[in-house]
Design a protein around this ligand. Structure first.
Ligand code: KIV
Ligand code: NA
Length: 275
């Protein structure tokens, strides 16, 4: 399993970091086999797995459940778990209760939280307590209501400057890496250049220190809307559809099960039964 120190070293050495989300044991197992550097149990689980329209309804319980499953599937990969909506804005004792659950009970190796200035204190306290924290700036989906939709962030100089300041504040607070979502590629490059910690982009151009995508988007599994920043590397939904249709039709026509899928008992035992 790679460490936060290794992620920083990868940045120094100019080696891109590949992060992918996963939400359950089989997806985590395949992510680990594909040699991803770290897995994110994103609160995107709410949209891609649980069927919600946003990440807002996702709870700490949801994150704990999915983190446990991911850890069982990928025991040798660094796992970052999202702190869900409004779970890190109250008293620090409340926040730390949530973080404890995700690290101690669920087995996450780090937590990720969204936001800039308003969360730097929390980041600092968590890091002081020994919790590796990943920040998340740019498009922060938990604030979709305030942002007014899923839009590119930091296009104006003043917005971009604020983002760079916040990124530096998160670094100073001790964050070991940042996700930077949906910003112009020039801003992605600038933030990666200005900070010593790795910047993992999603829709932030090719010059960040790494990339992250949502598992279901990468493999084309049931995702209805794919944003511009997604590249789909496989399209498994049609394969699943064909497989499921064939299963149903084989049951209806009694083509399944075949002899190979069937158990038998000896003829003399059968005589006894009918006798
Ligand atoms: O929840 C998520 O999947 C994320 C990534 C898109 C960075 O936060
Ligand atoms: Na997220």
């Amino acid at each position: 399993m790679k460490t936060t120190a290794q992620f920083k070293k990868m940045k120094q050495d100019g080696k891109p970091i590949a992060m992918l989300t996963a939400y359950d044991a089989p997806s985590a197992r395949l992510a680990e086999r594909a040699d991803v550097d770290l897995i994110l149990v994103g609160d995107s689980v709410g949209m891609v797995v649980l069927g919600y329209d946003s990440t807002i309804p996702v709870t700490v319980d949801d994150m704990a459940l999915h983190t446990k499953a991911v850890k069982r599937g990928a025991r040798d990969t660094f796992v970052v778990t999202d702190l869900p909506f409004f779970s890190y804005h109250g008293d620090f004792s409340e926040t730390s209760g949530h973080v404890k659950r995700l690290l101690q009970e669920a087995g996450a190796d780090a937590v990720k939280l969204e936001g800039g200035q308003e969360v730097t204190d929390t980041v600092e306290k968590l890091v002081q307590a020994g919790v590796p924290v990943m920040g998340h700036l740019g498009l922060t989906p938990q604030s979709v209501g305030v942002l007014g939709g899923y839009k590119v962030q930091g296009k104006e100089a003043s917005e971009a400057e604020k983002l760079v300041t916040e990124a530096k504040a998160l670094e100073a607070a001790g964050a070991f890496a940042l996700v930077l979502e949906c910003v112009p590629k020039q801003l992605g490059a600038l933030v990666a250049d200005r900070l010593d910690i790795p910047i993992i982009g999603i829709g932030a151009g090719a010059e960040t220190d790494g990339q992250v995508l949502v598992y279901h988007d990468v493999i084309g599994y049931g995702s209805e809307h794919t944003p511009k920043f997604v590249k789909q590397y496989a399209n498994i939904s049609p394969h699943i559809e064909v497989g499921l249709e064939n299963y149903v039709s084989d049951v209806k026509s009694r083509a399944f099960p075949e002899a190979a899928n069937t158990f038998t008992m000896k003829a003399e035992q059968l005589d006894g039964l009918y006798g």
